[in-house]
Design a protein. Structure first.
Length: 353
């Protein structure tokens, strides 16, 4: 379902624009659709047609997304495995300090070699109402004041639905525009359309390396921007909207954590209006990628920071529960099979192709 379909359904039972807005805001808060409207006071009272027609719509909205399981972690995050109406599953993560990471697709087509979500490929898009439903669900548990589109999927590949969701969250959802973060591997549509939106989100660009050839290997189906081109596009957008760009860099031991990479990153990012988020890899048993040592991670942060690149370490939430992005869904869907992963990484998996 998309958000306009929800609004059309309300209009079909006689809801006026003031009713539609009130019902939408109640939904976005995680409340019943008729919350605060039960008393017979002029502007608050629903017509009979709305009161009788609302329960089936409420049931349909509740069915969009339901919590399949919850996984609390020591860092204060809470990973949610969310079941959709057709039986597919996505992940959301309640983060410390009132943040929420949500998904925009079931699976992903980019195929980042270090990402569990990409191993299943793209199964389907999420409608804008399904995207927003993750926020409504999370707000039944905790306050949500920041939403990052960094869960399953590439938001740029579902840009119409994602922008519909962002526009609603930045208006009726009462979330500050800079607290809505659109994460992408880089896509021409992002740089064309985001500056034109009423709600202009912050932007996070998946960089991961300064080496164009290595980036093409790590992100095999990402648009072929060079890292320098991506940074130039990010810098332009950041200056337009007035809040810094975020560059994402998943640290892979021996691959993109070398001294050569660090020196190149300094040359590329020093003086830019942005933040470099280094994300130590969340290892899965049998995977050939490894997380750098704690000492190496500390050195990388200090080196970059001392050389003029504002750098933060962003651990993937829930690592102590083996719950990095895509892993909960993968286990639930029997995608993770440690023996198969081991065979695949040794080149022995007959299903690898």
């Amino acid at each position: 379902m998309r958000i306009p379909e929800f609004h059309h359904a309300l209009a079909a039972i006689g809801a006026r624009s003031c009713h539609v807005g009130r019902i939408t805001r109640a939904w976005l808060k995680g409340q019943p659709l008729d919350a605060g409207t039960r008393h017979q006071k002029s502007e608050h009272y629903f017509p009979l047609s709305v009161r009788t027609g609302l329960p089936p719509i409420a049931a349909q909205m509740d069915a969009l997304a339901q919590i399949q399981s919850q996984h609390p972690a020591a860092d204060g995050s809470l990973r949610l495995l969310v079941a959709l109406a057709d039986g597919q599953m996505v992940e959301s993560v309640l983060l410390p300090r009132n943040g929420l990471c949500i998904s925009s697709q079931v699976g992903c087509a980019v195929g980042c070699t270090f990402c569990m979500t990409g191993k299943s490929g793209l199964l389907r898009q999420l409608g804008s109402a399904e995207i927003v439903a993750q926020v409504a669900l999370a707000r039944r548990i905790r306050p949500v004041k920041k939403v990052v589109f960094m869960g399953m999927g590439e938001p740029a590949h579902n840009i119409d639905n994602v922008l519909e969701a962002i526009n609603l969250l930045g208006t009726d959802g009462n979330i500050g525009h800079k607290n809505l973060v659109f994460s992408t591997v880089g896509d021409p549509r992002v740089f064309e359309r985001l500056p034109q939106q009423q709600v202009k989100p912050a932007l996070a660009l998946s960089l991961h390396t300064t080496d164009a050839a290595l980036r093409a290997q790590l992100l095999p189906r990402a648009p072929r921007y060079t890292p320098a081109e991506l940074v130039a596009l990010g810098e332009d957008y950041a200056r337009r909207v007035g809040y810094p760009i975020q560059y994402q860099w998943t640290l892979l031991a021996g691959i993109n954590d070398t001294q050569q990479e660090l020196e190149a990153a300094v040359q590329l990012l020093r003086g830019k209006y942005g933040i470099l988020n280094i994300i130590p890899y969340n290892s899965v048993e049998g995977d050939h990628y490894q997380r750098p040592s704690a000492e190496r991670i500390h050195y990388i942060k200090r080196y970059l920071h001392d050389n003029g690149v504002l750098t933060k370490v962003r651990d993937s939430a829930g690592q102590d529960i083996d719950g990095g992005c895509g892993q909960l869904r993968a286990r639930a869907a029997d995608i993770i099979d440690h023996s198969r992963l081991l065979r695949r990484n040794r080149g022995q998996d007959p299903q690898q192709a």
